[in-house]
Design a protein around this ligand. Structure first.
Ligand SMILES: [Zn+2]
Length: 122
């Protein structure tokens, strides 16, 4: 259920930017979601379709890309990406220790918005 407030927030940002740029129709909304985020794309699409009705984003496509989880080694400070498909415990490529802190991978962010140019045949 927490996809709903997230989509609401994103849609508000998108509509604000559309107003600022006098955009009347939004084509694509590019979102990035961390690999460890529990936001589910299916629900995001459904809530988006529901909340965007009657707005310039009503026919927009939600393009969601998963970004890798990044961690920082607690021993040497080296940053690397976690391979979530791997069943083995990841170790630092620099010093070989396996204690690390999560740097990114749980959040989401709005990368860009593609608008339909006024007067362009769609
Ligand atoms: Zn290390």
């Amino acid at each position: 259920m927490h996809e709903l407030p997230v989509i609401n927030t994103i849609l508000n940002i998108v509509l604000d930017r559309a107003r600022e740029n006098r955009v009347t129709e939004i084509k694509t909304i590019f979102l990035k979601i961390g690999a460890l985020s529990d936001l589910e794309e299916e629900w995001m699409q459904r809530y988006f379709a529901y909340l965007s009705r009657g707005t310039p984003a009503a026919s927009a496509r939600l393009a969601i890309e998963r970004t890798p989880a990044r961690v920082q080694c607690r021993t040497c400070g080296h940053c690397f990406e976690l391979d979530l498909q791997s069943s083995e415990t990841e170790t630092c490529q620099s010093c070989g220790h396996n204690t690390y802190a999560l740097v990114s991978g749980t959040g989401y962010y709005l990368e860009s918005i593609e608008a339909v140019e006024p007067g362009q045949p769609s």
